[in-house]
Design a protein around this ligand. Sequence first.
Ligand SMILES: [Zn+2]
Length: 400
Amino acid sequence: MRLLGAAIVLSMLLAVPVAAQRAPELSIEREGGEVSTVALAMERGFAAVPLGLLSDLGWTVAEDGDELSVSIPNDFRIELQIGSPFFRWDGIALQLVDTPYREGGTVFVPLQLVADFLPRRLPDLYEFDGGRSLLRAGNPVPGAPQAQAEPDEPDLTRPSTYEGVRVVIIDPGHGGADPGALGVGGVREKDVALRIALELAEVLRRESDLEVHLTRDGDTFVDLWDRGEIATNLKGDRYGIFVSIHGNSFPDQRGTRGFETYFLSEARTEHERRVSAIENAPLRMGNQQIDPERDPDLSFILRELQNLDHQHWSALLAEMAQDELEEVHPGPNRGVKQGVLAVLTNALMPSVLVEVGYLSNAEESRLMGAESFQSQAAQALGRSIMRFFERYPPGSGSGQ
Ligand SMILES: [Zn+2]
């Protein structure tokens, strides 16, 4: 980590990648085969569509100040609010990753609403083909209740009966030309992360049903954007998790200490935004320069949507990592946090980023540089992963 100017931090918050071949768009195929396209709005750093699209799809759309309502007459209604990620689906409170907003007199809603929520909740009416960015849309019939799918929240409590191989990809943060945060007494984040990662790999390799990989096993630079993709390729169509190991830093508040674990979701607090921005910073070091003015690659947006499927599991893994670290760390336990972390975006599996302590705190920096702590932290993370696999994949693991 390093200190960054506000402008750089802002651009990092957008966490958007790389060159686009063309402006991303969503295709819509109506009943009868007619296909139209709508350009995705990207000015807020996430993909959004005009609210009017829903009206084209046969919904009744109403705006009352910041209150938006999208309904099928005599059936049910979706209530959204400008600036809020929360919305009501037929009275049930749900959360979007991003928020509806108004730009130039037009209201935009996150793509997630039409590409994720509609197909999931109204599967008879909508189908989303991520590979082709195609939404197939039927015609809602007023007064004829649509078959609503049960929300497919995973059951996080049932023991897994899966007996196949599980894949663990361990990602030691930073490396090579990117030292990460610099601590008191010359302790470097990249070294702490690597030592914990190497020992964690050793711990997990003792388990016969685990296949363990590292994104780096030496002091080398791996592009932030490649790490999740490497993990996704290594995992293939098997079950696996991605664990990125880091150390935190807050030079303006040297008293801050403790450990926290992130999963990929909207950052809710200033603290989460700050940490996400700093961890996204090495993106600027690789070949892939981030330019928020350019249209991001559509595949990125779709990956972001796909990763929502793993959000509940990622949160559970984060919770278990915090539980186990608490056993070996003087604390405080700063809890499970969420943020838009580039390194996690491409890892299409339950994935977390662990900040094992604050290198900007003198005492904690010494702790993190000590071999005994590095070893204990590795053992603790190993235990949390084994505990996680008692529940994941759900059931017998069929049907991923
Ligand atoms: Zn880091």
